[in-house]
Design a protein around this ligand. Structure first.
Ligand code: FE2
Length: 300
């Protein structure tokens, strides 16, 4: 864990998430090709022998990590039923962590290796064990088809949406986590990228968890938000620096679900946003897209 704490743990999504497509304007079969094509899971770490340029003087030993969506079944682009069509989006891809390990031998020579591995959430393992895609897409499509996807996923898989853990990685209290904001973080062993278990902060957090938690200057506490498609829609939480439990938790009393991807933290303030990007099953029940900008609201 020494190398992890000394390294800069980098969060990024490799590909810009697509905005919701209007009904009947669904992604084409080229969605997951080219720059959006998935890469293979390589198994054992590979030595990196060709490095363009040089490793800067004073560069720390450690691990460079990134997470991103990497569809196991990239040829499946849409689901069609009597209810209409829903399409798989890049942001619904299976989470894959990429790690580049930087270490020095006794003579100060760099050793660089690379490894990748899927984040093995319960959803991922369910499909892996059945050797087929089970979850239907729920982000974009005809409202009635999106509702049918939620329902079908519940019946077939026991939950309305897949847990992908595909958006970012973060470190807290010496542990590494992979996360996407519809579920809890998954602890990952940085040495081999094995998925260990989901993290509910010792039973003190039971809802979605932001993809981009922020550390409080000086105290080391971790500030998170959890947005949901049912009440409470928007909850703010503060986790102790040692990761053992929540220090604070407050329902921000929002009247509807909104998709909020970021927050800000300073020494004295937590800064949370209210986006006019509404999300929820109720929208689909009313015949609207489940995720859309509200023309009645402004960002605040
Ligand atoms: Fe992000």
């Amino acid at each position: 864990m020494e190398s992890l704490s000394r390294s800069a743990v980098i969060c990024s999504i490799s590909r810009t998430p697509q905005g919701p497509s209007p009904p009947n304007s669904l992604p084409s079969t080229s969605t997951f090709k080219g720059n959006f094509a998935p890469v293979a899971e390589i198994g054992e770490a590979a030595q990196v022998s060709a490095i363009e340029g040089g490793i800067p003087e004073g560069f720390p030993q450690g691990i460079y990590l990134r997470n991103g969506p990497n569809h196991v079944y990239p040829d499946l682009t849409a689901a069609v039923s009597v209810f209409g069509r829903t399409a798989y989006t890049i942001v619904e891809g299976d989470g894959m962590i990429h790690a580049t390990y930087f270490s020095k031998d006794g003579e100060g020579n760099w050793n660089v290796s690379y490894k990748n591995k899927y984040v093995e959430t319960e959803s991922f393992l369910l499909e892996k064990n059945r050797k087929k895609k089970l979850f239907l897409p729920t982000i974009t499509g005809d409202p009635s088809a999106v509702l049918a996807s939620f329902y079908t996923n519940m019946v077939k898989c026991g939950q309305p949406v897949k847990f992908e853990a595909n958006t970012s990685v973060f470190e807290h209290a010496g542990k590494l986590y992979a996360i996407s904001e519809q579920n809890l973080p998954y602890e990952v062993d940085p040495s081999n990228l094995d998925t260990l278990k989901s993290w509910d902060v010792n039973g003190t957090w039971d809802r979605p968890f932001t993809s981009h938690p922020k550390r409080v200057p000086h105290t080391g506490e971790l500030v998170i938000i959890g947005i949901a498609i049912q009440k409470p829609y928007y909850v703010l939480g503060v986790i102790l620096a040692d990761g053992t439990k929540m220090l604070h938790k407050v329902d921000l009393k929002f009247k509807t679900g909104v998709l909020v991807h970021e927050l800000g933290v300073t020494e004295n303030y937590n800064i949370f946003m209210d986006y006019p990007l509404e999300i929820g099953i109720n929208r689909a029940l009313a015949g609207n897209r489940s995720l859309a900008m509200s023309k009645m609201k402004n960002l605040r």
